[in-house]
Write a protein that binds this ligand. Structure first.
Ligand SMILES: Cc1ncc(COP(=O)(O)O)c(C=O)c1O
Length: 409
């Protein structure tokens, strides 16, 4: 079936939850995706931060081929070879002790919320009040299941499904005073993204993050870092929280972990992890052998000398080029982000730029209406950045001109 036939069939057969771009993806290689007509696209969307090693990585394909011949799935009632080494590796990287594997980001956030409640009950059973509250941050995104959704800020996501989880409160972004005032003894956990992804690549400030950590420490609440988008090498560090020397009790990762297969992990300190005992939480698919084996390979590749340095180097170059666009073009208001999690905030809606970029053979993403977000594979090179910048420049200039015209009529 060609693009038109697939699009028509989807229109009839799918529940309408996505506003797709007109691209029928059939193949990927390195940083490029190919459509059904053989046109190639340089991918600055990266499967929404999933395809960190690009497409069709030969070592990942080899691991995939090998494992499919032996074991696709075993239940969590049995052992397989890969969960334990992967857990040890992830815990070591995060400076923590134990791991629970799930499938998606939102599921692992769900597990973190449950762990926070279980932790409060285990370690503070005699208190005359329930520690049930989760403090989240305005503009955050933590997922779509009911618990994670309760901690997700945009009303448009939450409103249709209310009532949600009681006891989730939002702190104003980077407002230390509001954070202190909001932190009551009922707080079981603070849940935050060190760099907010869906929120438009917004960095939390160091003083805000450190205050959140201190308050959690002082009150024995869990400090939970959602590193689903900003973690696992995206910023040129294993985790975004490492920039400030933070020590979360719980770290949640997902997207790039198994190179495109569903796998997420809740990584916890020993004390936090003790709150779960057999039977309290589980999943059929989480931590399957194929996913875990691929994840071990992903981490092995990212751990090689120079990999993360390269993310920082190319990311720094990319940011500098975006900075030049900002200087040249009034329609560009701000450059944000770190490593290869970058964004341009524009003075006008950016949906049209996404479409034009697609026509020109570039995949970029628009979030928050006016934020162009870039989450390319971590293997991109300077020349890819140059190609994108050269293509974007006239598109943004034209957007600026039409914005000016609109403003003057
Ligand atoms: C920071 C963050 N948390 C949670 C999620 C939810 O992850 P998933 O879509 O895998 O459920 C996302 C997804 O974009 C995310 O960016």
């Amino acid at each position: 079936m060609n693009f038109e036939e697939i699009a028509a069939l989807e229109k009839a057969a799918l529940i309408s939850t996505y506003d797709r771009l007109p691209l029928l993806a059939v193949k990927g290689e390195g940083c490029y995706l190919y459509d059904d007509r053989g046109k190639k696209y340089l991918d600055f969307l990266g499967g929404l931060a999933v395809n960190s090693l690009g497409y069709a990585h030969p070592e990942l394909l080899a691991a995939l081929r090998d494992e499919r011949e032996t074991l696709l799935h075993v239940s969590n009632l049995l052992y397989h070879r890969y969960q334990a080494p992967l857990a040890e590796k992830l815990a070591g990287l995060a400076g923590l002790n134990r791991v629970f594997f799930a499938n998606t980001g939102t599921e692992a956030i769900e597990a973190a919320i449950k762990l926070a409640r279980a932790y409060a009950r285990k370690h503070h059973p005699a208190e005359p009040f329930e520690r049930l509250e989760i403090l989240a941050v305005e503009n955050s995104f933590h997922g779509r299941t009911l618990g994670a959704l309760s901690a997700t800020w945009p009303e448009k996501y939450r409103r249709p499904f209310e009532p949600l989880l009681p006891g989730v409160r939002f702190v104003r972004l980077n407002d230390v005073g509001h954070l202190r005032a909001s932190f009551t003894p009922q707080v079981a956990a603070v849940l935050l993204e060190v760099i907010q992804g869906e929120g438009g690549v917004v960095e939390l400030r160091e003083d805000f993050l450190k205050t959140a950590e201190e308050l959690c420490r002082a009150n024995d609440a869990l400090f939970v870092a959602d590193e689903i988008q900003c973690g696992l090498g995206r910023t040129g560090r294993w985790f975004a929280f490492q920039k400030f020397g933070l020590k979360p009790d719980v770290v949640v990762v997902a997207k790039p972990l198994a190179a495109g297969l569903p796998l997420s992990a809740l990584i916890a300190s020993e004390r936090a992890a003790q709150a779960f005992s057999p039977g309290m939480h589980g999943t059929t698919f989480g931590g399957g052998p194929l996913q875990c084996r691929l994840a071990l390979k992903v981490l092995e590749i990212m751990e090689r000398p120079g990999f993360l340095e390269c993310v920082r180097e190319v990311g720094g170059y990319f940011r500098a080029q975006l900075g030049k666009l900002r200087q040249e073009l009034p329609v560009v208001c701000e450059v944000r982000g770190e490593g290869l999690m970058l964004a341009l905030e524009l003075a006008a809606p950016c949906k049209s730029v996404v479409r034009k970029a697609l026509e020109a053979g570039f995949l970029v993403n628009c979030t928050q209406e006016r934020v162009l977000r870039f989450l390319p594979p971590l293997i991109i090179e300077r020349r890819h950045v140059d190609e994108l910048i050269a293509a974007l420049q006239p598109m943004l200039a034209a957007l600026g001109r039409s914005e000016m015209k609109g403003a003057s009529v």
